[in-house]
Design a protein around this ligand. Structure first.
Ligand code: BG6
Length: 299
């Protein structure tokens, strides 16, 4: 069966290859596993809560309508918790929308939220999340509609945790010359590394990356993933390293930072302003393997 709905999750299986599957928790519409040819591609903490008691530590949590915490106390998102409410509310499973590639949709609107959450962000909206699985490829697309009478502003982010063997062997490429905001020191600068490597805590927002740039995650010279972004100008790159992981009680094993890297396409440097009746979409396409492609500016 290419699409199997269970009480708390939905499992997609590639009809052409039953060893490729995606598991989506209804809570947060969080993808908690992507197996390609029987190999797990996403990192999931051993202590991740999958019972709806807190956002999932790992997989692909969805960040909306605010990335991090809003710093402006006057902004309508200022009362929301870190990373908003999309990742910690149960989404509605809307069903299968395509056979090949196998595709499903989930939806979230104010009717799915508690009174309390609704009062924290009192706008009318519809989110439609589309997940599509092919051989060596996973596509996640979000559509945000303003179904109310007031304009609203939001961030979006696919908080993707990749499973890797050893963080010190990893390079993330094609972000050279990109303006970035380093969340650890609170400063913006131009990234000068042809490829980013990791040897300490890392938390940067790369801003306004041209959509032609394909971010690659490379392991010992081999391309693990190619990340294409459609209408998602920014990307966060995050690894909590030793101290930060110790402080997160749902992060296990504590050495897990060695086996994960988050590369998170989104719209977070600025907010999207959505007038009533309008729609916005953002999409990430993750493909496996291929060759290293160097994309830098030529002077
Ligand atoms: C990343 C942020 O996207 O998410 C980090 O850049 C943050 O600053 C991380 O620590 C995890 O956030 P949370 O809320 O899931 O612990």
């Amino acid at each position: 069966m290419p699409v199997e709905e269970l009480e708390d999750k939905v499992i997609l299986t590639n009809p052409q290859d039953s060893s490729s599957k995606v598991t989506i928790l209804k809570y947060g519409a969080t993808i908690i596993s992507w197996e390609n040819k029987a190999e797990e591609k996403l990192w999931l903490s051993k202590a991740a809560k999958l019972d709806g008691s807190k956002p999932v530590r790992g997989g692909i949590p969805l960040v909306f309508p605010i990335f991090g915490k809003q710093k402006n106390p006057e902004h309508p998102t200022s009362k929301l918790p870190q990373h908003g409410f999309a990742r910690n509310n149960e989404w509605e499973f809307l069903g299968q929308t395509n056979e090949s590639p196998v595709t499903v949709q989930f939806g979230l609107g104010p009717e799915n939220l508690s009174e309390e959450t609704r009062s924290l962000w009192p706008f009318n909206f519809t989110l439609i999340y589309t997940i599509s699985l092919k051989e060596d490829k996973l596509t996640t697309k979000i559509e945000v509609e303003n179904s109310g009478r007031k304009e609203f502003e939001f961030n979006w982010l696919f908080h993707t945790y990749y499973k890797i063997q050893d963080i010190t062997d990893i390079l993330v490429s094609n972000l050279i010359d990109q303006n970035c905001y380093d969340q650890l020191i609170g400063e913006s600068y131009i990234e000068k590394a042809p490829a980013i490597s990791f040897h300490e805590e890392f938390d940067r927002i790369y801003k306004n990356i041209n959509s032609s740039k394909i971010i690659q995650i490379i392991d010992k010279g081999k391309v693990l993933y190619n990340l294409k972004r459609n209408n998602l100008p920014d990307s966060v790159v995050w690894n909590p390293w030793i101290k930060k992981s110790e402080g997160m009680n749902d992060f296990e094993p504590k050495s897990g930072y060695e086996n994960m890297i988050c590369v998170e396409p989104g719209h977070v440097n600025s907010m999207v302003l959505l007038p009533p009746g309008e729609k916005w979409f953002g999409e990430q396409e993750i493909s496996i393997g291929g060759e290293i492609k160097v994309q830098s500016n030529i002077y």
